[in-house]
Design a protein around this ligand. Sequence first.
Ligand code: SIN
Length: 494
Amino acid sequence: MQSPIKLKNPSIFQSQAYSGEWIEAKSGETFDVEDPGTGKIFASCPDLGAEDVDTIVQSSHNAFQKYRNLNPRTRAQLLLKWHQLILENRDDLAILLTHETGKPLSEAYGEIDYAVGFTWWFIGEAERIRGDISVPAAPNRRVMVIKQPIGVCAALVPWNFPIAMILRKVGAALAAGCTMIAKPSPETPLTTLALAYLAEKAGFAKGVFSVITTSNTKTPELSEALCKHPLVHKVSFTGSTYVGSIIASHCAVGLKKVTLELGGNCPFIIFNDANQDQALDQLNLLKWRHAGQACVTANRIYVQDGIYEETLAEMVSHAKSIRLGHGSKSGVTMGPLTTSRGLEKATRQVEDAVQRGATVIHGGKPSATDGYFFEPTILRDMEESMSITHEESFAPIAAVYIFKTETEVVNLANNTEMGLASYVFTKNVDRMWRMMEGLEAGMIGLNTGNSSAAESPFGGMKMSGYGKESGKDVAVAEYLVSKTCTLTLETDSS
Ligand code: SIN
């Protein structure tokens, strides 16, 4: 299929699935890819089903036999070449990303720059994988722990940051010496296929990085077949807590290693003594990024009573400057929601909050244009009983609560099953420390909003999942197995 979008390098537009060769589904079926900024179909991809899984896993397993033995320097060089090709094709990847996800071009470039942080990081990590040697208590023995790649891995990737999530997972796996089968979300297969095309150009052998395309209808059955395939040894999933627990149960059958990066519901807390400009700058960047469709976004904004009114006024003033529109148009600062489901959920959540006593002080409804646009929305007087308090919005809805004391806000912030990220803004160092220790989240921003970075471990606690992606040692460790080898020495050398 020819690219429906004008690209500098049209060959990066690939719409078939990839297993070292560009393939169709055995059934011959396809599914459509929509531009959420227009609501119109602009591409279609093979709709692979459970019956396609074995062939792809076998090809990945065959590739693993050779790739596992590649010298770490060679793996780093391949990753470096891939990284360079991604940068060379940055403009085209950005435009594809904008059409798949709806995010404005400036944010698409931002995502690519964030994402190549991962390839850059894992180029280095490939050569830093180390075992361990020790002398145990038993006489004449030496213990060596060696680290080896775990085998064929699978990545189940969401639609909100499809390039960053692919490079975060695939980069770690390829650095470790594993092969990887990625299943992008049905909404965003094209950027993943473009990355696979560039990986092939970089010199990765057939089967080292494969891409399964599938529709929302076939995803559950196909994912189950992939997770339960005996040759798949590790699964990394980013998505909802509901689906994450199903994935964990599939993986439990074969005792597969799993990384789960699940839902957020993150609190963002601003105390009276915070640097308000700093807090608002960080809040605006975090809250409106990709129209609120990030699991680390500020879902519940807690503002202390002394600065509540002025914070709301500043938030409204910023929201008025947001320009909603198709992501490819210049000057647009917020795109649509990526799915029509998102629009329905946002509408329901705002109605629920208003019925229970909240007031809409900006926006509040879908925008009357083609595509899945929702107005940037600010709700005040939010309370515990409202549904946004207990479920992620994944929409441009800033839900603002008032609080009086530190103890009260810590209890409110922790009163959720989730534990991905929390944010706190204060200039009191003692309080900062208490909050850091008291907030139940895998990542804590201290006078900092979005803090995701290749160098820092990313991951949650409670129902936000387990395992870490990115960061020193920990990310690659998810793709390794260790063997403890004990050697007994003969002490007499004569
Ligand atoms: C996510 O929202 O799923 C990831 C966001 C990030 O990596 O910053």
